[in-house]
Design a protein around this ligand. Structure first.
Ligand code: ATP
Ligand code: MG
Length: 424
């Protein structure tokens, strides 16, 4: 992105003009060397935060205790952080207070991995004291300094290592791997929110199975505050699907992950709540898993050649219960899973399921051509719990296609239902 680059260079220029040192650093340098898109540019400088604030007209004091000021340029903003070290780690987490240091090399020393510890000056020259460029070329992930110590200082780095290894398809070096095993229990000091954020980037990335394999072999997540329960009953097909399904609807991937790990519908809400997922993702993922389980059960217990209409009604019932999105997501997911499944597992109704989904004409009582009020005045009865049941019944009839969605037909049918109930 030339504009982001240009405005970033302007920030470096101004800092240099005022007699400070300034470099691009971290993710943007790494991504540039890897030929990946750069999403934001971080800058390291010898200028103290108050000096940065005095140089630029528009700044936000985002993290003064970390020495970070956000500089707003025309279209882009840049995190400008004073050269610093982190010495006092508390409870295996990064400290809230830092000490400033003189030079870029000392600043790079506090960074997690060699590929993240490269600085680039305004002329494009690299400062790369730990051989990060070479490690990137070799597809290797290596800690700055002794891995055991670095993970002990800040246990989140273990999750970051797994995430980077997964997203970039990099290999951890041996020393990093053994440190992961040695320090894994320290993950319990890290907030679930931050662990989940790393897991999220891993699962939504291009090679989630690589990360999952590292997590499985290291058993790292067993040591999180909220571990993932019972991973005995692994469902390989779901896990294979995880990598193939689009990451645009995250519930597709989360549902495959959780089911792949052998989790069932009822457990997923509690688990996802413990893992600090947002309510929306929690609900859509759980609906999708419930839909899958209920539909599989239905297909298994119905003999399809004789009962195709029964299955159609079953599909509609589930689509009403779990919602349009769950059904649509299930179909998209199943298109990916089908080629991975063996004959036995294969759900062979695919074209019909899509048709049944597209044929759905309504989802809610409010979509009915007759309202609850219409029904009450037509029948001349007082409202009560019976009305809710009746409306639900009418909704099903229309959804099944047994009744047209027309006011008169619905009211007539309501009368028939109520009369038959009065008789019995
Ligand atoms: P991305 O933004 O693509 O996830 P990034 O490398 O920019 O990658 P950030 O979390 O934005 O990651 O961190 C910016 C830089 O700060 C990193 O490149 C690294 O140098 C340093 N850093 C971040 N987290 C840690 C940590 N836990 N320990 C040590 N250094 C870290
Ligand atoms: Mg970044």
């Amino acid at each position: 992105n030339p504009l982001m680059q240009r405005q970033g260079e302007e920030v470096l220029h101004l800092l240099l003009e005022h007699g400070h040192q300034a470099f691009f650093v971290g993710g943007c340098v790494r991504d540039e060397l890897m030929g990946r898109p750069v999403h934001d540019m971080d800058i390291a400088t010898s200028a103290k935060p108050e000096e940065v604030i005095s140089i630029f007209p528009r700044t936000v004091p985002t993290g003064l205790q970390h020495g970070t000021v956000t500089v707003l340029m025309d279209t882009y903003s840049y995190e400008v952080t004073t050269f610093r070290k982190e010495s006092e780690y508390e409870d295996h987490r990064r400290p809230s207070n830092v000490q400033f240091v003189e030079g870029i090399v000392q600043d790079l020393q506090r960074r997690d991995f060699t590929m993240n510890a490269i600085a680039c000056n305004i002329k494009g020259e690299l400062t790369d004291p730990y051989g990060g460029h070479q490690d990137i070329a070799n597809g290797i992930i290596r800690c700055v300094g002794k891995a055991e110590d670095r993970f002990d200082e800040d246990a989140l780095r273990m999750m970051r290592a797994v995430r980077f290894a997964s997203v970039f398809a990099f290999r951890p070096v041996k020393s990093l791997w053994s440190a992961l095993i040695k320090d894994r229990d320290k993950l319990s000091y890290i907030a679930m929110e931050r662990i989940r954020a790393e897991l999220e980037r891993m699962i939504m990335g291009p090679h989630p199975l690589r990360g999952l394999e590292i997590l499985r072999r290291s058993r790292l997540l067993d040591f999180a505050k909220a571990p993932i329960p019972n991973q005995e009953d692994i469902k390989q097909v779901y896990l294979l699907g995880l990598e193939k399904v689009s990451s645009e609807s995250p519930e597709l991937r989360w549902s495959l992950l959780l089911q792949g790990l052998g989790m069932h519908g009822e457990e997923t809400l509690t688990m996802m709540r413990d893992w600090t997922f947002s309510n929306v993702i929690m609900q859509t993922t759980s609906d999708l898993i419930h839909f899958d389980e209920a539909w599989r059960q239905m297909v298994l217990t119905t003999s399809q050649s004789q009962e195709i209409d029964g299955l159609r009604r079953g599909w509609i019932t589930l689509e009403l219960r779990y919602g349009k999105a769950a059904a649509a997501n299930w179909l998209i997911r199943q298109d990916v899973l089908n080629p991975l499944m063996n004959e036995e597992e294969l759900i062979r109704l695919q074209p019909l399921e899509w048709k049944w989904h597209h044929d759905m004409i309504l989802y809610h009582i409010s979509d009915l051509a007759a309202s609850g009020g219409d029904v009450i005045s037509f029948l001349g009865r007082k409202g009560g719990p019976w009305l809710g049941h009746l409306m639900k019944n009418l909704l099903m009839c229309v959804a099944y296609g047994d009744l047209p969605n027309e006011k008169e037909a619905i009211l007539d049918h309501a009368k028939v239902v109520v009369n038959s109930q009065n008789e019995s």
